[in-house]
Unconditional design. Sequence first.
Length: 176
Amino acid sequence: RREYLTIEELNKLVKTPCSSDILKRAALFSALTGLRFSDIQKMVWGEIEYIKGQGYLLNFRQKKTQGVETLPISEQAYTLLGERQSATEKVFKGLFYSAYTNRQLSQWIKEAGITKKITFHCFRHTFATLQLIEGTDIYTVSKMLGHREIKTTQIYAKVVDDAKREAANKIKLDID
């Protein structure tokens, strides 16, 4: 089972201070874009462009698959990036994967009152799951995640089916 955050839990994190501002912004950026930690970490300003009438786009090569991707990103996601720098400058300069970073992440999640076991990768799961819950078709979600095969994305559809089952069981009548 892939752990993910609800929209309510994400909003709790937005309101909860984190000891690392860069980690907080990177995690929320992942939840809004579905990007992996490795791709967020290596992202440079030159990969982000604004096209009038289309908005912001991220043009990058996925570290894991080496696939070249063009990913639309929301205005809200763009605001998490901070002040624009030179093209070769890393967007999340100073973001590193370490045991210390993981402790900061765990502490932030705990302080938000979330008891789930959440790793950075769960923000990617959150993006995929929330997109499907909100009605985005699985093909579009698959493309946004950069999956080569739709069956990889279908794992998230299973989570959504579980959520639907849970929702269906919430309404109970006093029938004997």
